[in-house]
Design a protein around this ligand. Structure first.
Ligand code: UD1
Ligand code: CA
Length: 464
């Protein structure tokens, strides 16, 4: 099999060109986030995990820039100039390919709950039936008053066997029609040549759109095989068309993420108040206390205790850390660190091993060396603090002169007295000492002791 053939034989198309008007948002629907990840990211990742080497995202003229900024060049793009329906969108996606693929897998950008296992079963089922033109992933109807209903040819059959005869869209159903037991998840495998040949024959629906789902009855009416594969669980069919559905999907994703980490050896004391984004990783025997959010690209090591009441975002936390009632953003925390309650690490804080940051300590763009302690009420901004330094209560780096930011450097084993103002740029040498209430405007030499406002160097012990 040539490389080209392999590539073109596994094509995924993601439909993302709809108006998304029910979201009432200036943000394109595919870029709304659930569990910290864009909706469309779930579809693209799923298709990639299931072996699609070529993925075409069909975007609209209005959202292509934002979508391509989010997804980059891991996918190809097609534009659907006006949202004339899902069949027209697929047609645009096919036009973006240089040759006709053997199999085409299609899904929407607004169904992030489809499981990898279900998708693989659908693909396997489709590939095991060489004559099959269209295989549709279906689910029991639990959440879908707005989903397409699956109609089987023999209505006397139990609901999930027998050939499919049609998919009936919600807006085209009679108001008093009884819902069937089976709905369309919007995930399909098609025979590529058949799809390419028939996609432009889809008739306009009563609502004026070209429905991709019409292909099911077109195949059935022509005596060709279309199968509804009932492999999905009910929650997988949940789509995001409005904000209420977004929150419902979010709840399912959160639950799945929490369950996954609990199975991997993480204790989550109260899953109902624990919010862990999809991309977060957590080591075993870590305990997540209630009211805690782990967001963005955060990694947490093993044997940590995070929370209660903590937010950690885009940060790396080493093993055996304890973070209580604190906020950590864009920071790197090494192992055996204790933080909080009520401390705040802002971006580019690097906290080395064994550090203790207690109550109301704010650190920004600073390194705090191993073994250093800052127990109470501190601001350390644009600072480089060495190892085993004691930072007294109320110490502040005065890093901003009204125009520019300046750095403060404190050497190893220095002792910074309570309420010291370090007026940057300034340094305190290794083992230097500042007295309580010092306003340090000049560099303190190694081992030097300063006191007062502005701080003056005391004679060395030898001279006394
Ligand atoms: C669609 C299916 C429905 C299925 C449901 C699953 C059709 C006609 N109906 O309904 O059977 O149960 O998904 O979630 O396909 N899109 C375009 N161009 C368009 C229209 C839509 O790219 O012209 C995209 C949308 O951005 C969206 C996806 O296609 O990602 C589905 O469109 P949407 O309008 O949400 O369809 P549903 O009404 O949910
Ligand atoms: Ca939808």
């Amino acid at each position: 099999m040539s490389a080209t053939h392999t590539r073109i034989d596994s094509v995924g198309i993601v439909l993302a060109a709809g108006h998304g008007s029910r979201m009432r948002s200036k943000i394109p629907k595919p870029l709304h986030k659930a569990a910290g990840k864009e909706l469309i990211g779930y579809s693209v990742d799923l298709l990639a995990e299931c072996g699609m080497q070529t993925i075409v995202v069909v975007a609209s003229p209005g959202n292509i820039d934002a979508i391509s900024a989010a997804l980059g060049d891991r996918v190809n793009y097609a534009v659907q100039p006006t949202p004339e329906g899902t069949a027209e969108a697929v047609s645009r996606g096919l036009q973006a390919l240089d040759s006709v693929p053997g199999t085409v897998t299609v899904m929407a950008a607004d169904t992030p709950l489809v499981r990898n296992k279900s998708m693989r079963m659908l693909i396997d089922e489709h590939c095991s039936r060489p004559g099959c033109r269209m295989s549709i992933l279906t689910a029991p109807d639990a959440f879908g008053p707005d989903l397409g209903h699956i109609k089987r040819a023999d209505a006397s059959d139990s609901n999930t066997v027998g050939p499919i005869s049609a998919i009936v869209e919600a807006r085209d159903r009679h108001a008093n029609s009884v819902g069937p037991a089976e709905v369309n998840t919007g995930v399909y495998c098609f025979d590529g040549p058949w799809l390419t040949q028939h996609i432009n024959e889809v008739p306009k629906s009563p609502s004026g759109e070209y429905y991709l789902t019409a292909l099911a009855s077109m195949a059935a009416n022509n005596g060709q095989e279309a199968v509804a594969a009932p492999f999905a669980c009910a929650d997988e069919a949940m789509g995001v068309n409005d904000r209420q559905q977004l929150s419902a999907v979010e709840a399912v994703l959160r639950d799945r993420v929490n369950c996954r980490w609990m199975l991997d050896g993480v204790t989550i004391v109260d899953p109902a108040t624990t919010y862990i984004d999809a991309a977060v990783t957590i080591g075993p025997d870590t305990v997540i206390q209630p009211n805690t959010m782990l967001g963005g690209r955060t990694t947490v090591g093993a044997d940590c205790e995070i929370g209660p009441n903590s937010v950690v975002r885009d940060s790396e936390i080493g093993d055996r850390c304890h973070i209580m009632a604190s906020v950590i953003e864009g920071s790197l925390v090494h192992e055996d660190v204790g933080i909080g309650p009520y401390s705040h690490l802002r971006p580019q804080a690097v906290i080395e091993s064994g550090v203790h940051l207690g109550n109301y300590v704010e650190v920004k763009n600073s390194r705090v060396g191993s073994g250093t302690a800052a127990g109470h009420f501190c601001y350390l901004g644009d600072a480089d603090i060495g190892a085993d330094v004691n930072i007294g209560a109320g110490t502040i780096t005065c890093n901003y002169d009204g125009v520019d930011k300046h750095r403060t450097v404190v050497g190893d084993r220095a002792f910074i007295g309570s309420d010291t103002m370090l007026v940057a740029p300034v340094s305190v040498g290794p083992q230097g000492l500042t007295g309580a209430g010092s306003v340090v405007t000049k560099d303190v030499p190694p081992g030097g002791r300063v006191v007062g406002v502005p701080a003056r160097l005391l004679p060395s012990n030898d001279e006394e």
